[in-house]
Design a binder for this molecule. Structure first.
Ligand SMILES: C[S@@+](CC[C@H](N)C(=O)[O-])C[C@H]1O[C@@H](n2cnc3c(N)ncnc32)[C@H](O)[C@@H]1O
Length: 210
C-alpha cells in the first residue's frame, strides 16, 4: 500500500471518526512510534496504518450493539479494541493480552488516551478468563476452532464472538463446521466496512443456536 493510498484512507477516517479524529490520531501516533520501538508493529505498518489497521478495525463498529461490554482478545498493540473504543464511547472494552510487554504497552496507551474509565487491560490468556461480555472481538489471533474453544464458556445466550478474518473467513467456517455444530454454535460471514469508500473486510459472527 503506497503512502498515497494510505493518505486517502486517512481522509476516509476523518469522515468516519468525525469529532473523534484527533483522538484516533493520538492512538496512531502512539502505535506508529512506541509500538514500533517496542517491536509490536512491523516497520512497514506506519505507511498503511489507516487502511490496513484503523479502518479495518473501525468496520467492526457496525456490528456492535449500543452500550455493550466488549472483550477484545489477543489485542497486541490494541487492535481492534482501541480504535473501536475511541469510535464508540458507549462501549465498555476489556483488552485481554497474554504477553507482559504488550499488556504494559496497552496500559500506557489507555492512560495516555484518557480511556481508563471504560477500557481496562487484563494480562492473561483468553481461555483462562471468567468474563461475561456481550461481544468478544478479535483479529489475527488464532484459527476459528481455537477461538471458539477459548471463548464459548463465556458466550452469554445473547452473546457473540466476532472475528475479523479477511479473505479466509468463509473457508475457516467450512473447515470448522463440525466443531461449531458440536458446541451448538452457528457462524455467519459478513462483509463489513467502516465507510462506503473504505475497503470491505470479512467478519465471522458466531452465536449460540440453542
Ligand atoms: C498476531 S497478534 C494480533 C494482534 C492484534 N489483534 C492485531 O490485529 O494487530 C496476536 C496477539 O494475540 C496474543 N495472544 C495469542 N494467544 C493468546 C491467548 N491465548 N490469550 C490472549 N492473547 C493471546 C499474542 O500475544 C499477540 O499479541
Amino acid at each position: 500500500m503506497s503512502d498515497q493510498l494510505d493518505e486517502q484512507a486517512r481522509e476516509v477516517a476523518v469522515a468516519v471518526y468525525g469529532p473523534r479524529f484527533e483522538h484516533i490520531s493520538r492512538y496512531v501516533d502512539i502505535v506508529t512510534r512506541r509500538g514500533i520501538e517496542w517491536g509490536l508493529l512491523g516497520p512497514r505498518e506506519p505507511e498503511r496504518i489507516w487502511s490496513r489497521h484503523i479502518l479495518n478495525c473501525a468496520a467492526l463498529s457496525e456490528l456492535l450493539p449500543q452500550g455493550t461490554d466488549v472483550v477484545d482478545i489477543g489485542s497486541g498493540a490494541g487492535l481492534p479494541g482501541l480504535p473501536v473504543a475511541i469510535l464508540r464511547p458507549d462501549l465498555r472494552v476489556t483488552l485481554v493480552e497474554s504477553l507482559k510487554r504488550r499488556a504494559e504497552f496497552l496500559d500506557l496507551a489507555v492512560a495516555e488516551l484518557g480511556l481508563g474509565d471504560r477500557v481496562r487491560v487484563i494480562r492473561g490468556r483468553a481461555e483462562e478468563q471468567k468474563l461475561t461480555p456481550d461481544v468478544v472481538t478479535c483479529r489475527a489471533v488464532a484459527p476459528l476452532d481455537k477461538l471458539v474453544r477459548w471463548t464459548a464458556p463465556y458466550l452469554l445466550p445473547h452473546g457473540q464472538l466476532i472475528a475479523l478474518k479477511g479473505e479466509r473467513a468463509e473457508a475457516e467456517v467450512n473447515e470448522h463446521a463440525a466443531e461449531l455444530a458440536r458446541r451448538r454454535l452457528s457462524a455467519t460471514v459478513m462483509s463489513i466496512r467502516a465507510h462506503q469508500l473504505a475497503e470491505p473486510t470479512q467478519a465471522v459472527v458466531v452465536r449460540r443456536t440453542a
